[in-house]
Design a protein around this ligand. Sequence first.
Ligand code: AFP
Length: 285
Amino acid sequence: MTEIFDAIKRSAVRIREAIETDDTGYSQNKNKTGDIQLKLDIKSDLIIEEELSKVPSVKEIASEEREHSEVLNENGIYSIGYDPLDGSSLVDVDLSVGSIFGIYKGGYAGENLIAAAYVVYGPRVELVIATDIVELYRMDPEHNFHFIQPVSLNEKGNIKSPGATQKYWPEFHKKMVDEIFQEGYRLRYSGGMVPDLHQILLKGGGVFSYPGTTDKPKGKLRMVFEVFPFAYIFEKAGGLAMDPIKRLLDLKPSHLHDTTPCFFGSKYEVLKAKEVYGKYQCDID
Ligand code: AFP
């Protein structure tokens, strides 16, 4: 798999350069989820396709920016699901963004993930790779990536990143978020999933939630490109990733672009969410 991680590193160097120099405007195209694509989304997607097509072990790719998966090498064994530039609408206000990768052996289901990675384009470019362990790398000015440290979560943290529009949150979800803040948790939410989850991972814990809402009952974040890769990373780092009743990696999408409510974090906070959601479900049964 080293050659896949090398392709991800080469993509990261080229995407970073595009972020720094290219037009941040919109294209004329919409992706499968109906978002109007930024020119940077399209360019990042093409960069990753080009780099992964040089890797013989990559059989096919599926990108958040494309409706269908595409075969790159008939004889390959891995399928890569990726979000080329998550949070791209934040580039024009100079906030951090990222690329997310899931490496699947078999179909695009959580149980078939064998590794995951993400790149954060912030004040520095950092790469986190999860195989059986989770490791942080940082890019130097010559574009080489250096190992920095292993990544692991504490049982409990002190950061809360509550996603989605509050007006559409279920009442019990709002109550649960309020209670977490009453416990002393601090609000950390940039609107970019990659930097928000990166912060929780590197500060040792906390919880990120993107619930089902009255306007989007299945949430916003896509299983194959965003949710499964981060679920894999959080579990390997010693945390939990749930919907929050079921384990996210046990979910099987019916379609490539399916979304799901998701909670990622250290054990204490995610289990708390599971308890609240479990009780609510009992109440409405
Ligand atoms: P964009 O790619 O459209 O900027 O969306 C980013 C994102 O998919 C994810 O990175 C964030 O966590 C989430 O959306 C933020 O969504 P809300 O603004 O609804 O909380």
